[in-house]
Design a protein around this ligand. Structure first.
Ligand code: PLP
Length: 362
C-alpha cells in the first residue's frame, strides 16, 4: 500500500497518518466485532458511544483541558463557526473584537458583521499584505470576546504568543494548527477547528468550549445552532458525522500512543519547519514573504522568480510524487502544508526536490 502512495502536502483535506488509514481499512468491514462497518453502526450503539467518548477524552488529555472545558462535535465546517461564535458568545450587548490576519479571519469578521451590530477590528496586518501577526492590540473597551485565527493557512502566518486579554475570553479558529504545538488553554472561551487538516477527515468540526461561555447562549437561537444543545447531549442531539468522529479518535490515538503527545509532535513540527525555512533563507530562488518570527510551521508559502516557474515546479513535483504544492487561488505562489501527518522524511524529500529544481532552473 505505502509504496504506491504519494507524499501529500495538501492544505486540507490533507495527509492522514498511514497507520490510521491502515486501521480504517482493517476495520472497514467488521468494526470491532460488530459484524458491520463503522459506516453502518448506529450512533446510539454502545460501540459508537465508546468511540465518541474516547475521542473527547483523548482531546482533553492532549490539550490538557480541565473539567471546565467541554469538547463537542459539530457539522458545517469551521465556516459555520464564523456565525455560531457571534450568535452564541455575545455578552450583554458588549461589542465583539476581531484581529484581521487575512482570508479566513476576514471571512469570520464579515460573518460577525451580518449577525451583531458592534464588531470592532482591533488590529489588522492588511497594511503589509497579511505578512505578519499584529503585536499591538488595543482592548480598551469591554468586549464580549476577542477572535483570532491561530494559524493563517493561506498567508502562512501563525500566532506564537497569544494576545493577553485579561477577563475577555479569547476565541480562536485553530483549524490549521490544532494539536500541532503546546499552548495554555485557559484564556480561551472557545476553540474551534474543522478536522480536515490536522485532526481527521472533512465533515466534523471540533469545538472546545469553556463552561461559562455556555451561559451566554441566547434562548431564541435555533436548537442546532446553540452550543448548549451539543454540550448537553454529548454531541448526540441528532446523528453526528460518525465516520469522521471515528477517524478523529484514531488520529488522537496516534498522537497519544505513537507520537507520544503534543510536546513530541511540536518537536517534530519544529524540525520540519526549520528544515524548509533554513533552506529558503539560504538562497534567493524561493522567497518566503512572512516576517520570520510570525512564520507558520504548518503552511509554508513561497514564490519562485515567475508564475511560469511556479507552475513548472508544481507540475514536476507532482510527477515526482510530491503533491498539493500550489498556493491558494486567492494569492498564487506555492505552499507546502506540513501538518502533523507529514513526516520529517517527507519534508526532507521536498527540500531535496526544491534544491534540485533551483539548480536546473535558477
Ligand atoms: C484557518 C481556517 N479557517 C476556516 C477554514 C474553513 O474551513 P471549512 O471548509 O471547514 O469551513 C479554513 C479552511 O481551509 C481554514 O484554513
Amino acid at each position: 500500500m505505502s509504496e504506491k502512495r504519494v507524499l501529500v502536502f495538501n492544505p486540507g483535506p490533507a495527509a492522514l497518518p498511514l497507520p490510521v488509514l491502515q486501521k480504517i481499512q482493517e476495520e472497514m468491514l467488521n468494526f470491532r466485532e460488530t459484524g458491520m462497518s463503522i459506516l453502518e453502526v448506529s450512533h446510539r450503539s454502545r460501540e459508537f458511544e465508546e468511540v465518541l467518548n474516547s475521542a473527547v477524552e483523548r482531546i482533553k488529555r492532549l490539550l490538557s483541558l480541565d473539567e471546565r472545558f467541554q469538547v463537542i462535535f459539530l457539522q458545517g465546517g469551521a465556516s459555520l463557526q464564523f456565525a455560531m461564535v457571534p450568535m452564541n458568545c455575545v455578552e450583554g450587548g458588549k461589542p465583539v473584537a476581531y484581529v484581521d490576519t487575512g482570508y479566513w479571519s476576514t471571512k469570520a469578521i464579515k460573518e460577525a458583521q451580518n449577525i451583531v451590530d458592534k464588531v470592532e477590528v482591533v488590529a489588522s496586518s492588511g497594511d503589509k499584505n497579511y505578512t505578519y501577526i499584529p503585536k499591538k492590540i488595543s482592548l480598551e473597551s469591554e468586549f464580549s470576546y476577542l477572535h483570532i485565527t491561530a494559524n493563517n493557512t493561506i498567508r502562512g502566518t501563525q500566532w506564537w504568543e497569544f494576545p493577553r486579554t485579561g477577563n475577555i475570553p479569547l476565541i480562536a479558529d485553530m483549524s490549521s494548527d490544532i494539536f500541532s504545538r503546546v499552548f495554555d488553554p485557559h484564556p480561551f472561551g472557545v476553540i474551534y477547528a474543522g478536522a480536515q487538516k490536522n485532526a481527521g477527515p472533512a465533515g466534523v468540526t471540533i469545538v472546545i468550549i469553556r463552561e461559562d461561555m455556555l451561559e451566554r447562549v441566547p434562548r431564541y437561537l435555533p436548537t442546532m445552532l446553540k452550543y448548549s444543545t451539543f454540550a448537553e447531549s454529548n454531541s448526540l442531539c441528532n446523528t453526528p458525522p460518525c465516520f469522521a468522529v471515528y477517524v478523529v479518535e484514531l488520529v488522537t490515538q496516534w498522537l497519544e500512543e505513537t507520537i507520544g503527545g503534543i510536546a513530541k509532535m511540536e518537536e517534530i513540527n519544529r524540525k520540519k519547519a526549520c528544515l524548509i525555512y533554513d533552506y529558503i533563507d539560504s538562497q534567493d530562488f524561493y522567497i518566503n514573504p512572512v516576517q520570520p518570527e510570525d512564520r507558520s510551521w504548518m503552511n509554508v508559502v513561497f514564490t519562485l522568480p515567475s508564475p511560469e516557474l511556479e507552475s513548472k515546479f508544481v507540475k514536476e513535483a507532482t510527477q515526482k510524487g510530491l503533491v498539493g504544492l500550489e498556493g491558494h487561488r486567492s494569492v498564487g505562489g506555492c505552499r507546502a502544508s506540513l501538518y502533523n501527518a507529514v513526516s520529517l522524511e517527507a519534508v526532507g524529500m521536498l527540500v531535496d526536490f526544491m534544491k534540485e529544481f533551483a539548480r536546473r532552473n535558477g
